[in-house]
Design a protein around this ligand. Structure first.
Ligand SMILES: *Cc1c(COP(=O)(O)O)cnc(C)c1O
Length: 508
């Protein structure tokens, strides 16, 4: 019989030539004892780095020489470990974003924790493939998802999945919404049929820009997105939403999903989630909540009322790497109706068919709940953190951050040179240096210069946004290391820089 399975086209294939006596290799160390000494030293350096963050500038620019060194060509053969590690300590370790520092309050970033360093180390050592399988990592993820659902008021039996971050978590929620409420089989038909109804997603002008990205990625296009106006407290206007839904229905479009936000990125506002949930129920529209950081306010009994209605969502997305203080990247999607979640993503192929026994007795639980097939052990750092600290500690730290935001806001209100430019319902403070006679453009330029000098000073990192009234400095506190005195130092430095910039602008 002719052999169709012959491995090589030609007997000269070098891969088949036996290398008599050649050693076989692996990536494990030749000397585990020496490697262990290196690894322990690296762990000590990692912990020292975390312990001493307060002593360093919050941020510093990467010097040109370091940038050049980091453009060196690919190492084709081994370099000595000592040289590699020396380069890491010179070029990499000293130039982080700075978000571990007690005075980093730009955008919305978490700090990371020492215990999560240990969790990441152990997760990397185990390196499980968490698509599913009969293994501990899948059970840990299942347990963590159950804990998170319970803490946020989602019913037992709801579904969920850990993902890389809030953008992906929100995308998955919107994808389940699309597949569940489109009214036709989106998974097989796609969105290219000419006779399909136009699908509409409703959000507010304050909804984070993940919503545009997701509408694009999901093939809905940005034209599917209605951004509705907000009230003075930056919450979606429910009456405008109701009117938009009616208008879309009248012209034959199909309202798909309303996106509410618990904790907007600009100001920390929370939409009237109960009103949105009621409207969605009446209208048969999917209700998705982006609670990227705000959802975790529910862990504080005192703050829970400010995000009430969270538990009414069909899908809820949030991050653990912001107000859960864990290192990147871990976010979570919870889906109330587990069947809709599975129906949105479940798939199969001959090579992933479950067998009667063994390591894969059932379909991939987690690969069937999202986009990733090969998945890392994100759950371990949440599992360890909750066991080591308890959920109540997260709640207390979140409350501490909200108290710090109010402390900062009160200090700003006392300073004649400064003004708040938005309410402070949660942990975000938007403010600016007041103008002294100049026009809006000069005021914005002054504030931008003050912000840049603050960042460059290494004293603190805040970021910026534009609210209706112009350029604002923005402080978002999701930082378990900040202390009240840090905010006083920040305000003192802002005032000092503002005075100096004004003097310089006034000329000699
Ligand atoms: C940060 C944020 C997101 C995006 O989350 P990533 O984890 O950065 O992808 C979405 N919505 C809000 C309100 C956010 O603050």
């Amino acid at each position: 019989m002719e052999n169709h399975l012959s491995l090589a086209e030609s007997s000269e294939d070098s891969l088949l030539t036996p290398l008599a006596g050649a050693p076989e290799e692996s990536l494990d160390p030749a000397d585990w004892t020496a490697f262990s000494a290196f690894a322990h030293a690296a762990l000590d350096d990692a912990l020292d780095f975390m312990r001493t963050q307060r002593e360093r500038p919050v941020w510093r620019p990467v010097p040109a020489a370091v940038k050049a060194e980091l453009r060196a060509p690919v190492p084709r053969s081994a370099q000595p470990a000592a040289a590699m590690y020396d380069e890491f300590k010179r070029c990499v370790l000293p130039y982080p974003t700075g978000n571990g520092h007690p005075r980093f309050w730009g955008w919305v970033m978490g700090n990371g924790t020492p215990d999560a360093v240990v969790a990441e180390l152990l997760a990397a050592a185990m390196n499980p493939h968490v698509a599913g399988y009969d293994q501990s990592a899948a059970l840990v993820e299942q347990q963590v998802l159950g804990w998170l659902a319970e803490l946020l008021g989602f019913p037992a039996g709801s579904s969920g999945v850990l993902v890389g971050g809030g953008t992906e978590a929100n995308l998955l929620g919107l994808c389940v919404a699309r597949n569940t409420r489109a009214g036709f089989d989106v998974r097989s038909a796609g969105l290219q049929g000419g006779d399909q109804p136009e699908l509409v997603v409703y959000a507010s002008t304050e909804t984070h820009y993940w919503v545009e990205k997701s509408c694009e990625v999901l093939g809905l296009g940005r034209r599917a997105l209605r951004r509705l106006p907000c009230d003075a407290a930056f919450r979606i206007e429910v009456s405008a939403l109701r009117a938009a839904i009616q208008a879309d229905r009248q012209r034959g479009a199909r309202p798909l999903c309303v996106v509410g936000t618990a904790g907007t990125v600009n100001t920390g506002a929370t939409d009237s989630l109960e009103a949105l949930a009621a409207l969605c129920r009446e209208e048969g529209i999917w209700f998705h909540i982006d609670g990227a950081f705000g959802a975790l306010a529910a862990l504080s009994p005192a703050l829970r009322p400010s995000v009430r209605g969270l538990e009414l969502a069909d899908s809820l997305a949030f991050d653990l790497h912001k107000w859960g203080y864990l290192p990147y990247g871990v976010g979570c999607t919870l889906i109330r109706d587990a069947a809709t979640h599975r129906q949105a993503f479940a798939g199969g192929a001959s090579y992933i068919k479950p067998l009667a026994r063994g390591i894969m007795p059932e379909p991939f639980v987690f690969a069937d709940r999202g986009i990733e097939l090969s998945r890392s052990f994100r759950a371990l750092k949440i599992w360890m953190a909750l066991k080591l600290h308890g959920a109540a500690k997260w709640g207390r730290l979140i409350e501490q951050n909200v108290r710090q935001a109010r402390y900062l806001a009160a200090r700003i209100e006392r300073e004649r040179e400064l003004e708040l430019v938005a309410p402070v319902p949660l942990n975000i403070v938007c403010f600016r240096v007041r103008s002294q006679g100049g026009d809006d453009r000069q005021r914005d330029a002054l504030n931008e210069e003050v912000l840049l000098q603050i960042q460059e000073s290494g004293v603190a990192v805040a970021s910026s946004t534009r609210l209706g009234s112009g350029f604002a400095l923005r402080v978002a506190i999701t930082n378990h290391r900040s202390r009240r005195a840090d905010f006083d130092l920040f305000v003192d430095t802002v005032l000092e820089i503002a005075a100096r910039v004004r003097r310089e602008n006034a000329g000699p």
